[in-house]
Design a protein around this ligand. Structure first.
Ligand code: GLA
Length: 372
């Protein structure tokens, strides 16, 4: 009799269990769902850092476990004039991360772009000598990393030093110091905070020539006894490129070197790429209506394609969770994304996980469900 009653109750019990689990999964946030996998991060702009953009800040606090500054820690902001450091914005950024117990990333110590002119020139505007540049690099890195010692857990030490074909970029750093500026930067960063993780960060790291050059660089650093913990793969991606296969190969290649890969600046553009539609380089950045087809919103078809791309990427990240330290989105909502102006100015793009009304897109719940 008792068994019979229990059997009758079974559907009700199962239903209750199911709805309880479903409810639980609905309430889970990205950072909770990915807690045992890797950090889920986002980049913060000044309005977020200073708490003016209240709605974004709420999203950041509840959804993300790691932060990086979108701009305010680049050299032109941290040391606008030689010897005059400006830490106010970056200090606020770090305080925010500490208060919310986040994994804080310093981005970046050396980059050819958004660097102040004085860094490379003397009072007559000529290139400085290698000795002077070396001293300036040392002072820049040592001052900043010491200022945040024990508070910033990982640094993008060098950003974008290698070109897609594997050659070194002919930046001012390279022109004056040759490839030596990279080991020097890693050395100075490590000396200033021996506990901080150190990364090399770049884009298109799946291009074979570039991949091999990065592998060579890592080996050189390691042979010289220098610390490097990971490769940052920026990942400003399109719907079709790169292929998952070549992207996966890069993740595997870098982690096979004993490093972790980090996805450091993820966004997936939903717009047609101008690279494929024009043979004329000077035409590439020109605004054309056909390159901006979703002014008032994605079509359901376009949204599906975009969503599937995100799901495929995260399936790949989960497959390689042991090789991946962090997946960081390059911004919170579509409204603020740099992709609205790159590579073509004034378009309406949909690259991030939260929409222009600060609402989680349906993909967010699907990314959470992937971890089950
Ligand atoms: C590169 C840099 C980032 C950012 C983007 C564009 O990827 O590493 O800091 O400037 O370009 O927003």
């Amino acid at each position: 009799m008792r068994t019979y009653k229990l059997l009758l109750l079974l559907p009700t019990l199962l239903l209750a269990l199911f709805s309880c689990t479903a409810q639980k999964s609905k309430n889970t946030t990205l950072k909770d769902a990915y807690k045992d996998k890797f950090f889920i991060g986002t980049a913060l702009n000044l309005d977020q850092i200073h708490g003016k953009d209240v709605q974004s800040v709420e999203i950041v606090k509840s959804q993300f476990s790691s932060i990086v500054a979108e701009n305010c820690m680049k050299s032109m902001y941290l040391q606008p004039e030689e010897g005059k450091f400006f830490f106010d914005d970056a200090d606020k950024f770090v305080e925010f991360g500490e208060k919310n117990k986040m994994f804080i990333i310093g981005h970046n110590l050396l980059w050819h772009s958004q660097a102040p002119r004085w860094f490379f020139t003397d009072k007559d505007g000529k290139n400085v000598t290698p000795e002077v540049l070396k001293e300036r690099i040392k002072n820049h890195i040592t001052t900043i990393v010491t200022h945040y010692k024990g508070r910033i857990q990982g640094w993008d030490v060098v950003n974008e030093a290698i070109l897609d074909d594997g050659q070194y970029r002919k930046s001012k750093f390279y022109e004056i110091l040759g490839e030596e500026f990279i080991p020097l930067a890693f050395q100075y960063a490590h000396e200033a905070d021996p506990d901080a993780e150190l990364y090399y960060n770049d884009y298109n790291e799946w291009f074979p020539g570039k991949r091999e050059a990065i592998v060579k660089l890592v080996k050189t650093l390691k042979e010289r006894g220098l610390r490097i913990d990971g490769i940052g793969m920026q990942s400003h991606l399109g719907i079709e490129t790169p292929s998952l296969e070549e992207y996966e190969k890069a993740i595997i290649t870098y982690s096979d070197l004993g490093l972790k890969a980090s996805i450091t600046e993820l966004d997936v553009s939903a717009l047609p790429s101008p690279w494929g539609t024009s043979a004329n380089i000077s035409d590439v950045n020109k605004y054309k209506k056909e390159l901006d087809p979703y002014k008032t919103g994605l079509t359901p078809e376009a949204e599906k394609v975009w969503e599937n791309r995100y799901l495929d990427l995260f399936k790949l990240y989960l497959k390689h969770q042991d090789r991946i330290r962090r997946v960081t989105l390059w911004g919170v909502t579509d409204l603020q994304s740099w992709k609205n102006d790159f590579p073509v100015r004034g378009r309406t793009d949909y690259p991030l996980l939260f929409d222009r009304n600060y609402k989680a897109k349906p993909v967010v719940q699907k990314l959470i469900d992937l971890t089950k």
